[in-house]
Ligand binder design. Structure first.
Ligand code: PLP
Length: 383
C-alpha cells in the first residue's frame, strides 16, 4: 500500500487537532464570541462552555473541576506551579529538587530562580534516564519545599515512578509537582490515589489546540498558590486574563477523547516495537535511548553512529517529519541536555533521532520510514 506523504512522526512536538475537537471549538470561534465574564447571554454561553471543559479536563486525571486552572499551555502551567510554590512558601524554605532531564519549561524556570536565591538539586539519571529514589531521599533538606519531576520524558520517553516520588515528598512534608504534558495521552493518572499536588497539562500534545493548558492544584493544599498573572481575577484569582474560550473548549474535548481512547492509543507501542526491530536490521550499530520497559508507548529515540542527525532530519524532511530531540532546540543546535545527562559524550546528541508515533500511525508508514531513513543513513555514511 502506498503511504500518503509526508508522514508525521513528531507527535512529541505537537499533535494534529482531532476533527471532533475542531468541531467542538468552531461555535466559539464564530457565533459564541462573548466574554465569559459578561452577564449577557453571549457571556453566559461561553462561561458554561468553560465549565463543561473544566469537568472534562478534570475527569482525565479524576480531579475535581475546581482543582483545574486553565493556562496558556504546558509552559505556563509549569511556571505557575514552580514559581507559585516558591513565592508562596518563601519563608519556609528555598530549596527544590528536580532532575537533570526535565523539559525546558521546568529546567529553565529552576535556572532562572537560582538567580534569585533559590537552591536547586538536579538529580542525576542513569544511562536509561532513570532517577534513583535513594538519591532523591538524600537530596532532601530541611528547607526543601518542592519536588518537581516529570511523569515521562519528552525526548527519550522514560517514565518516573510518580507514586513513589510523591510518597517520599509527602513523608517529608514537601509538595510534589509533575509535568504530565507528554504522558497524559498514555499514562492513566488518578490524583485521588496518586500523591500529586500539582500537575501540568497541555492541549496540543493530546490532539487539542496550541496555546492552552491546565494546572491541577490539589484542593487540600494548605495555602493558596500565588498567581503569576495578575489582573481581572479570572480562574478564582489563580490566573487572570480573559479565557481562551475556543482553546479551552478544545482542550476539554481533547481530554475527553484522550481518556476514552487511552487503551487504544497505547497500542501504538506495538508499532513502535516493530519499528525498533526494523531499525536494528536496517542500520548497523543503532542503539536505543531511554528505559526499554518503563516508557511512553509512542516514543523511539535512537543513536545512529557516524551520522549527523540534523542532516538526516533535513534530508528526510519532505517525506517524513522527524526530530533530533527537543523541539525547542531545533534551531539553536545546542546539544540535548537530556542525552548529555545520560552520561554519554556530548557528540552523541548530534547523532540522536527522536521518533514520535501517534494515533494515526500505520504499519505501512513505519516500513516506509525505516526504509527511507536507512537509505539516507547509507548515503551520509558514504556506504
Ligand atoms: C511540550 C511540553 C511542554 C510545554 O508545553 P507547551 O504547551 O508547548 O508550552 C512542557 N513539558 C513537556 C514535557 C512538554 O513536552
Amino acid at each position: 500500500m502506498p503511504v500518503k506523504l509526508p508522514i508525521y512522526m513528531d507527535h512529541h512536538a505537537s499533535t494534529p487537532i482531532d476533527p471532533a475537537v475542531l468541531k467542538a471549538m468552531m461555535p466559539y470561534l464564530t457565533e459564541n464570541y462573548g466574554n465569559p465574564g459578561a452577564y449577557h447571554i453571549f457571556g453566559q454561553k461561553a462561561a458554561l462552555a468553560i465549565e463543561t471543559a473544566r469537568e472534562k479536563t478534570a475527569a482525565l486525571i479524576n480531579a475535581d473541576p475546581g482543582e483545574i486552572v486553565f493556562t496558556s499551555g504546558g509552559t505556563e502551567s509549569d511556571n505557575l506551579a514552580i514559581k507559585g510554590i516558591i513565592e508562596t512558601l518563601e519563608r519556609r524554605g528555598k530549596h527544590i529538587i528536580t532532575s537533570s532531564i526535565e523539559h525546558h519549561a521546568v529546567f529553565n524556570v529552576c535556572r532562572e530562580m537560582e538567580e534569585h536565591g533559590l537552591k536547586v538539586s538536579y538529580l542525576p539519571v542513569d544511562k536509561f534516564g532513570n532517577i534513583n529514589l535513594q538519591h532523591l531521599k538524600e537530596a532532601i533538606r530541611k528547607d526543601t519545599i518542592l519536588i518537581s519531576l516529570m511523569t515521562a520524558n519528552n525526548e527519550i520517553g522514560t517514565q518516573y515512578p510518580i507514586d513513589d516520588i510523591g510518597d517520599i515528598a509527602h513523608e517529608n512534608n514537601i509538595f510534589f509537582h509533575t509535568d504530565a504534558v507528554q504522558s497524559a495521552n498514555y499514562i492513566p493518572i488518578d490524583v485521588r490515589k496518586s500523591p500529586v499536588d500539582l500537575l501540568s497539562l497541555s492541549a496540543h500534545k493530546l490532539y487539542g489546540p496550541k496555546g492552552v493548558g491546565a494546572l491541577y492544584i490539589n484542593r487540600d493544599l494548605p495555602f493558596k498558590l500565588k498567581a503569576q498573572m495578575d489582573g481581572g481575577g479570572q480562574e478564582r484569582n489563580r490566573r487572570s486574563g480573559t479565557h481562551n474560550v475556543p482553546g479551552i473548549v478544545g482542550m476539554g474535548e481533547a481530554c475527553g477523547i484522550a481518556l476514552e481512547k487511552m487503551p487504544k492509543t497505547c497500542e501504538v507501542a506495538i508499532l513502535r516495537d516493530e519499528m525498533w526491530e526494523l531499525f536494528q536490521k536496517a542500520i548497523s550499530g543503532v542503539e536505543m535511548h531511554g528505559n526499554q520497559y518503563f516508557r511512553l508507548p509512542n516514543n523511539l529515540n535512537i543513536f545512529i553512529p557516524g551520522v549527523n542527525t540534523t542532516d538526516l532530519v533535513r534530508m528526510c524532511g519532505s517525506k517524513i517529519a522527524l526530530s533530533t530531540g527537543s523541539t525547542c532546540n531545533a534551531f539553536q543546535r545546542e546539544p540535548s541536555h537530556v542525552i548529555a545527562a545520560l552520561g554519554f559524550s556530548m557528540n552523541r546528541s548530534f547523532s540522536t533521532l527522536r521518533i514520535g508515533l501517534g494515533r494515526s500511525t500505520t504499519r505501512d508508514e513505519i516500513y516506509f520510514a525505516v526504509d527511507y531513513i536507512a537509505k539516507q543513513v547509507s548515503m551520509l555514511r558514504g556506504e
